[in-house]
Design a protein around this ligand. Structure first.
Ligand code: HEC
Length: 131
């Protein structure tokens, strides 16, 4: 039994034994369209239950898509930072960075921002939310 216990402990040390589901490792999108499609999918899977299928908000959470949505955020990276630090509320940061960027791209696009290249850490500070 001891060798097996040692192995278990070693594995635990490696993965921190947090019980957290592994972060998805979405590859960087090759086009804006691919990013928007990926973001729409992840939003539907992870966010729509509270924020609404069309991001319209409701009793559980504020709107993320609509004329007044995201009005506290100036740059894409601000929305990214808030979402990564706080969303989903029961497991903040549980998605990969790429997933958060994809969702933010999807939200900004729906709010009227035209992206010329996929959103990422390098350009997220210079792309505005339009607010
Ligand atoms: C369990 C319900 C729930 C889920 C799931 C959820 N949210 Fe939220 N979200 C909230 C609530 C509640 C707030 C408001 C928090 C506050 O104001 O303190 C919020 C606020 C936000 C805001 C800030 C809105 C603003 O105007 O300040 C963003 C951005 C956001 N959520 C993104 C996401 C993303 C992206 C996901 C999916 C990865 C997600 N949320 C999943 C409940 C949820």
């Amino acid at each position: 039994m001891l060798p097996r216990l040692a192995t278990t402990l070693a594995v635990c040390a490696l993965v921190a034994c947090s019980g957290a589901t592994p972060k998805s490792t979405a590859p960087p999108p090759t086009s804006v369209d691919a990013q928007l499609a990926a973001g729409a999918q992840t939003f539907a899977d992870k966010c729509a239950v509270c924020h609404g299928a069309a991001g319209e908000g409701g009793k559980k959470a504020p709107a993320l898509i609509g004329p007044k949505a995201l009005s506290d955020y100036k740059a894409a990276k601000d929305v990214f930072a808030y979402a990564k630090d706080n969303m989903p509320p029961d497991h903040p940061g549980s998605l990969g960075d790429q997933d958060y960027w994809n969702i933010v791209a999807f939200l900004l696009n729906k709010n009227g921002t035209t992206l010329s290249t996929p959103l990422n850490a390098a350009n997220g500070g210079s792309v505005g939310t339009g607010r």
